[in-house]
Design a binder for this molecule. Structure first.
Ligand SMILES: [Zn+2]
Length: 72
């Protein structure tokens, strides 16, 4: 039986996701496109820095508050 708990996107991390990082790579995505990574409390800063230094990071929202603009 698998539970529905989403897991942090950081490599090797199995912690439940608390944050959603919405990002976009302008070289490969149209401007309105959003990719998402999930992050636990521990990895939110690390992952958002990774995206931030590349200029990809658009938004960081609580997982509970996140709504995919393209729907489920
Ligand atoms: Zn993590």
């Amino acid at each position: 039986m698998s539970d529905e708990t989403p897991i942090c996107s950081a490599k090797g991390c199995r912690a439940p996701a608390v944050w959603v990082l919405a990002w976009n790579n302008p070289k490969i995505h149209t401007p309105e496109r959003r990719k998402t990574w999930l992050a636990c409390e521990e990895h939110r800063e690390h992952l958002s820095q990774f995206l931030g230094v590349r200029g990809f990071l658009k938004d960081v929202v609580k997982f509970a508050d996140y709504q995919d603009p393209e729907g489920p």
